[in-house]
Write a protein that binds this ligand. Structure first.
Ligand code: SF4
Ligand code: SF4
Length: 390
């Protein structure tokens, strides 16, 4: 008898592999079209290598999502990589256009800074009252136009709702990555009721922006200034705000995520996250729990990075409004009781792929240009000693 004949025939893994390859084919095609953007392949060698690395990474991760049935683990790889690449890309652009990372308060108020989605909620009332967009007013080279970004944001909100915070936000990936560095959370416990604090921050910055006709979150509170742009430290207010930005960054993006394994900036502070939570009402997908399968083990409550799951959610079969559809609870549930659901379809119909295709395509496309440019800059740095293009 041959050795092969003794081995059990493993048809299921092979079938699963073939099915996963077939389901990845449309993604291979779509990402090829969207990442080349109709402009064709990069013509220089480093550009081509950057494109190839990004294209292979994106499609390998999507294949693994289908093959393993796990969502969050592979989403997080791309999401975290995107955030790191964004910083490299952004700083590179500032250095090329301005020669430094310094941006004055005057630059900010005149709208001479790149577009940032964080400003959308605070720009609405001033736009209605004064018919001007308080920020951004004009844009630097290499960044998307305001109208384009608003259309992208609206489309993403319809498909993802607050899922934007796990499948699109180039800041969220930083703390998502840091929250995974520690194997077990410390004993520090944060009460779930604090998840509503970002709504208070949202109200505060909307009202103060309307009163001052300036983007108060960007000027006073944004933790990500610490890794993007700096105000020249030439006055006391500039110094004070820089201390505030760094303190918020260290506390909410580094220390607390590391200790608690939660995304504390997103879950407890970010006003855009709160604003985006409201779009969960109009978006086509949601995360549901099947109370019939659930054994109340509490694992999903423990792992949710944005404090969006509680005992009440388990009883009602749905997550709270702050859910960012990351899929972590789905991956960790021992009873497979949690699932992506498309609104309008019967409950318990697990429509994972209907969510996964557009969500992943959005992340791959939105991050694509930035990741490629960041890889390009790193390759340039390695080969020429400078990461600046041109
Ligand atoms: S992890 Fe699954 S089984 Fe455990 S409480 Fe959550 S939904 Fe129920
Ligand atoms: S409830 Fe689940 S999908 Fe929603 S944010 Fe929490 S872990 Fe992610």
């Amino acid at each position: 008898m041959s050795v092969l004949a003794d081995k059990p025939v493993t048809i299921r893994p092979i079938k699963n592999f073939i099915k996963s390859v077939l389901l990845t084919l449309p993604m291979l095609l779509l990402t090829l079209v969207l990442l080349t953007g109709g402009a064709g392949f990069p013509t220089d060698v480093l550009g081509l290598i950057s494109f190839a690395i990004n294209y292979l990474l994106v499609n390998s991760l999507f294949f693994m999502m289908i093959y393993t049935g796990r969502t969050d683990s592979y989403r997080a790889v791309l999401f975290v990589f995107f955030a790191v690449c964004f910083i490299i890309f952004f700083i590179g652009n500032l250095l090329e256009v301005r020669g430094s990372m310094l941006l004055s308060r005057e630059n900010l108020f005149k709208g001479e800074t790149p577009f940032c989605h964080m400003v959308i909620p605070m720009a609405i009332i001033p736009a209605v009252l004064t018919r001007t967009i308080i920020f951004p007013g004009s844009l630097l080279n290499g960044f998307a136009a305001v109208a384009t970004m608003l259309i992208i944001w609206f489309g993403a909100s319809l498909i993802l709702g607050r899922g934007f915070c796990s499948w699109g936000c180039f800041y969220g990936g930083l703390e998502d990555g840091i929250s995974r560095l520690r194997r077990k959370p410390s004993r520090l416990k944060i009460d779930l009721k604090w998840r509503y604090l970002p709504f208070a921050v949202l109200l505060f910055i909307v009202l103060t922006s309307a009163a001052t006709l300036s983007p108060t979150y960007c000027a006073w509170l944004c933790p990500f200034k610490a890794v993007t742009e700096f105000e020249p430290l030439s006055s006391w207010p500039a110094l004070i705000f820089t201390v505030v930005f760094f303190s918020l960054f260290l506390g909410l993006v580094i220390i607390l995520p590391f200790l608690t394994r939660r995304r504390t900036q997103c879950g407890l502070f970010c006003p855009f996250g709160a604003f985006q939570s409201l779009t969960n009402k109009i978006c086509s997908s949601e995360v549901r729990i099947d109370p019939g399968r659930c054994i109340n083990c509490g694992r999903c409550i423990e792992v949710c990075p944005t404090f969006s799951m509680d005992r009440d959610s388990l009883a009602k079969g749905k997550t709270t409004i702050t859910c960012c559809k990351c899929g972590k609870c789905i991956d960790h549930c021992p009873r497979k009781a949690i699932y992506y659901h498309t609104k309008g379809t019967p409950l318990h119909h697990k429509t994972r792929l209907l969510f996964l295709y557009p969500a992943f395509l959005f992340l791959a496309t939105f991050s694509g240009g930035i990741i490629q440019k960041a890889i390009h800059r790193v390759l340039l740095l390695v080969t020429t000693g400078s990461m600046l293009i041109g």
